[in-house]
Design a binder for this molecule. Structure first.
Ligand code: NAD
Length: 340
C-alpha cells in the first residue's frame, strides 16, 4: 500500500516536496496545507492536491479568494502516515505537538534545531541509522551538500581535518524582503553553525566552517580544503569517485560552466520540475589534490537540494524494508536525476 504523505507548509520547499512525492510509485500525496491563499495555493489545487488550512489561517480567506479547501491541517493529519513539515524556520517545532497528538510520523526541515526530531538525516550519510525512527530532520541545504561530500570522502580516504567557507546566497529568487543587495556580510559566528550541523549526521567529522552572505539568489558555493588521512594517488581518482556517486553533477571544462549562472541555465535547459538542480554541482577544474589536501568547490541549489532527501526520509520512517541504495535509486529515477 502506498505511503500516505501530507505536506504542511507549501512554500519554496513544500511545493517541491509535494511534486516529488507525487512522482513516487510507493507514495501518495493526501493533501497539502497552507496558512493563506496565494498563487501557490491555487496551483496546489490545479495540480490536484487537496488543500487544507494550516496554522492561524482561516478557511474564509481561501473561500473568498475562490480557492477551495478540504478542511484544517488536523483533518489532513488523520489521512496521513507521514507529514513533511515545510513551515518556516522554528514553526516546525510548534507544529511538532500537532503531529504527536495525531500519532503521525514526521519529517522536519533544516530550519529547525536538531532536537525537533529523533535524528538528523542525510540519504547518503546515515539512512540505515534513521530507518524506523518516528521523526527525522532533513538537514539544511548547506549541510546536505557537505554531508553528501563527506559520504564520498570519509569511507574512501578518511578525513583528518576539513575547512569549508560557505558563500551563501542572500535570498531565494522569490524573496523580496531579504538582502543584502550590495555588499558582502561575514557571519560573526566562528566557526559557523554548519560544522556542528554536519556532525549531527557524522558525529566525529573534524569539520570547521565559516560563512559569508553575498548578493545573489543563484545557489550557495562552498570552498573546501580537506586533509585526507589516506590520500589517493591523484586528483583523477577523486573526480571519478564524485562522478560515480548519486546526486553529484560534475561539469568538465569544455562545458563552459563558469559559475552559478550557467549551472542554473543548464537546469533550465534540462527542464526538470521548477528548473531545479538537486545535485551537488562540482567543476572538474575546481577539484585539486595537493599532497594530502583536497581542494574543491561545490555549488548548492538551496531551493531544491533537500527535495530528494525528503523523499528518502519518508521511506526511512515509513518503510521497514527500505534501503539507502534502493530508495536513492527510485527517487532519482522518478525525478529524472542521472549519474554522470
Ligand atoms: P517558505 O517561507 O518559502 O515556505 C513556508 C510555507 O509555510 C509558506 O507557504 C507559509 O505560508 C507556510 N506556513 C507559515 N506558517 C505555517 C504553519 N504554522 N503551519 C504550516 N505552514 C505554515 O519557506 P521555505 O524556504 O520553504 O522553508 C521551509 C523550511 O525548509 C525551513 O525550515 C527552511 O529553513 C528549510 N529550508 C529552506 C531552504 C531554502 O533555501 N528555501 C533550503 C533548505 C531548507
Amino acid at each position: 500500500m502506498a505511503i500516505r504523505v501530507a505536506v504542511n507548509g507549501y512554500g519554496t520547499i513544500g511545493k517541491r516536496v509535494a511534486d516529488a512525492v507525487a512522482r513516487q510509485a510507493d507514495m501518495k500525496v493526501v493533501g497539502v496545507a497552507k496558512t493563506r491563499p496565494s498563487f501557490e495555493a491555487r496551483s496546489a489545487v490545479a495540480k490536484g492536491f487537496p488543500l487544507f488550512v494550516a496554522g492561524a489561517g482561516g478557511a474564509a480567506d481561501f473561500e473568498s479568494a475562490g480557492v477551495p479547501v478540504a478542511g484544517r491541517v488536523e483533518d489532513l493529519l488523520r489521512l496521513a502516515d507521514v507529514v513533511v513539515d515545510c513551515a518556516p524556520d522554528k514553526v516546525g517545532k510548534e507544529n511538532a505537538k500537532l503531529y504527536r497528538d495525531a500519532g503521525v510520523r514526521a519529517i522536519f526541515q533544516g530550519g529547525e534545531k536538531a532536537d525537533v526530531a529523533e535524528a538528523s538525516f542525510s540519504a547518503l550519510g546515515n539512512f540505515d541509522a534513521c530507518r524506523g525512527k518516528r521523526s527525522l530532520r532533513v538537514v539544511s541545504c548547506n549541510t546536505t551538500g557537505l554531508a553528501r561530500a563527506a559520504s564520498v570522502l570519509l569511507p574512501r580516504w578518511g578525513v583528518e581535518s576539513w575547512e569549508a567557507t560557505l558563500v551563501r546566497r542572500a535570498a531565494d529568487p522569490a524573496e523580496t524582503k531579504r538582502g543584502p543587495i550590495n555588499g558582502i556580510l561575514p557571519t560573526f559566528q566562528l566557526p559557523s553553525h554548519h560544522g556542528p550541523d554536519v556532525r549531527t549526521v557524522f558525529p566525529d567529522l573534524p569539520i570547521a566552517t565559516a560563512a559569508v552572505v553575498v548578493p545573489t539568489t543563484l545557489m550557495h558555493v562552498h570552498t573546501n580544503a580537506v586533509r585526507l588521512a589516506r590520500p589517493p594517488a591523484g586528483t583523477a581518482e577523486v573526480v571519478a569517485a564524485f562522478r560515480a556517486t548519486a546526486r553529484f553533477r560534475l561539469f568538465a571544462g569544455w562545458e563552459r560552466v563558469d559559475g552559478t549562472p550557467q549551472v542554473m541555465e543548464f537546469a533550465r535547459d534540462r527542464g526538470l520540475g521548477f528548473s531545479d538542480m538537486m545535485e551537488n554541482v562540482l567543476w572538474e577544474d575546481g577539484i585539486r589534490l595537493e599532497g594530502p589536501i583536497l581542494h574543491f568547490f561545490q555549488a548548492i541549489h538551496q531551493e531544491s537540494i533537500v527535495v530528494p532527501e525528503n523523499v528518502d526520509a519518508i521511506r526511512a520512517v515509513a518503510d521497514p524494508t527500505a534501503t539507502a541504495a534502493a530508495s536513492i535509486e527510485a527517487t532519482d529515477r522518478s525525478l529524472g536525476l542521472r549519474r554522470n
